[in-house]
Design a binder for this molecule. Structure first.
Ligand SMILES: *[C@@H]1O[C@H](CO)[C@@H](O)[C@H](O)[C@H]1NC(C)=O
Length: 176
């Protein structure tokens, strides 16, 4: 039977932490999503950095604020943060979903465990449902132009102004 010399074993044991260390550095935010049973495509391409702590609180930094097209459109701020648990992201900030020309902040995302093939976006009053298969891979994300304000982040009177501004712009385009 083959017997490794004693020093080889010691050498390997010394090497082990180094290997696991360098592995954890290679982990991407997409791996972290998958480890929580969530699809990688919830975050777009262009994540340059991310942090996650033991409680699952994470922040992902994108190279730019951008929009990605699914069934509807999603807007990503430069910093997206939330709390991960299995099949769920809570306390989400930095993602908004478009509905009838208005943007609503997505406050949470969850899937059924075991999976039903549906993913739910909590946009405040309702859960928007999408097919899970839409989020299999990180989407391309195109730079969001100008300043951006989601409806839930502005006061009532201000969102009224935003709405009339939208109407004005749409009207302008229509008549222009
Ligand atoms: C995004 O995160 C970076 C690094 O933590 C921070 O410096 C920056 O101010 C944040 N940007 C916004 C818009 O919150």
């Amino acid at each position: 039977m083959l017997q490794l010399p004693h020093f080889t074993c010691c050498f390997l044991l010394l090497l082990l932490p180094l290997i696991t260390c360098s592995n954890s550095k290679l982990t991407t935010v997409y791996d972290v999503l998958r480890a929580h049973g969530l699809p990688m495509g919830l975050l777009p391409k262009g994540v340059v950095d991310f942090e996650v702590d033991d409680a699952g609180r994470f922040t992902a930094h994108l190279d730019q604020a951008c929009n990605a097209k699914f069934e509807s459109e999603l807007h990503y701020d430069r910093n997206v943060s939330g709390t991960l648990s299995f099949g769920r992201i809570g306390s989400l900030s930095g993602i908004s979903a478009q509905e009838l020309f208005l943007w609503f902040p997505v406050k949470g995302i969850r899937i059924d465990v075991p999976s039903s093939g549906i993913i739910y976006f909590d946009v405040g009053v309702v859960y928007k449902q999408f097919s899970l298969s839409l989020f299999e891979t990180p989407p391309d994300c195109t730079a969001a132009s100008g300043s951006f304000e989601a409806i839930g982040t502005v006061s009532k009177s201000k969102s009224g102004k935003l709405r009339s501004k939208l109407n004005y712009e749409l009207g302008g385009r229509y008549f222009g």
